[in-house]
Design a protein around this ligand. Structure first.
Ligand code: CO8
Length: 259
């Protein structure tokens, strides 16, 4: 796509889109243009019935080194407040298609926050996560204090946000930040395998599964369980439920319609 300058788009497998952050000279720092390109592109991919999973990745050594410090450094309070600086990223959290962050190397500040906005976070064994904003005289601004705390608990989140230290892949795995850790050399392949698998299932069932898990962060248990049960009931309105259960009974592979 020729309107992309800070990211690239590939279609490496059927029903899978792969977005690669591509500002190597700035360690894939996320500037406004990157935000617009990612949110516009993921919205377009989300509306495409031929896309069942989206991978977001960086290079072998850096996922993203955070928001673009050089772009922000001279902004005033009035400017960031008036523009609601970084609010545009919330569009990514509205994407209904599963998002897989495939993280190798540094995922710092906004880079860590971008990875946490995704649904699966697959880390290479060289990944390093951190919220170093405190070292710059600011605080996380794209969800780091909220999503990180929900993912790893107060003790670790405070440690990362107050000291600015990095967490390696092993600690991130132990702390519940990442879905799994894989060798750096196989990161892309592992992400692709997961994406292909997800994209092969019933698209309504996948969207509903994502929705109900996300609901766990928004509601109390009783309300969440009721929401889950009602959404479970609604899967029985889909042809894919009939096909999936018939295929199991008939000992054959299901042929999902994906819509
Ligand atoms: N923004 C802009 N440029 C960057 C960034 C960044 N986040 N990170 C690296 N770069 C640039 C460097 O300035 C350097 O440019 P140049 O070649 O022109 O000097 C180039 O990328 C290469 O970087 P290094 O030489 O530093 O590479 P190293 O391999 O030595 O180090 C690191 C890699 C460890 C990733 C290091 O670059 C680093 O620490 N980067 C900054 C990490 C950071 O602090 N991230 C947090 C940013 S703030 C944020 O994400 C959220 C802010 C929310 C604010 C809310 C406001 C409303």
């Amino acid at each position: 796509m020729n309107d992309l300058h800070t990211i690239t788009l590939e279609r490496p497998a059927d029903r899978v889109a792969l977005i690669t952050l591509n500002r190597p000279k700035a360690k894939n720092a996320l500037n406004l243009q990157t935000m617009r390109e990612i949110t516009d592109l993921t919205a377009r991919l989300d509306a495409d019935p031929d896309v069942g999973a989206i991978i977001i990745t960086g290079s072998d050594t850096v996922f993203a080194a955070g928001a673009d410090i050089k772009e922000m450094r001279d902004l005033t309070f009035s400017e960031v407040h008036a523009q609601d600086w970084l609010a545009g990223w919330t569009a990514l959290a509205d994407v209904r298609t599963p998002l897989i962050a495939a993280v190798a190397g540094y995922a710092l500040g906004g880079g860590c926050e971008l990875a946490m906005m995704c649904d699966l976070l697959i880390a290479a064994d060289n990944a390093k996560f951190g919220q170093p904003e405190i070292t710059l005289g600011v605080i996380p601004g794209m969800g780091g204090s909220q999503r990180l705390t929900r993912a790893v608990g107060k003790a670790k989140a405070m440690d990362l946000c107050l000291t600015g230290r990095m967490m390696d892949a092993e600690e991130a795995d132990r702390s519940g930040l990442v879905s799994r850790v894989v060798p750096t050399a196989t990161l892309r392949e592992e992400a692709l395998t997961a994406a292909t698998r997800i994209a092969g299932f019933s698209a309504p069932a996948v969207a509903m599964a994502k929705e109900v898990v996300n609901q766990a962060f928004e509601t109390g248990l009783a309300e969440g369980l009721l929401f889950e049960r009602r959404v479970f009931h609604s899967t029985f309105a889909t042809e894919d439920q009939k096909e999936g259960m018939a295929a199991f009974s008939e000992k054959r592979a299901p042929q999902f319609r994906h819509r």
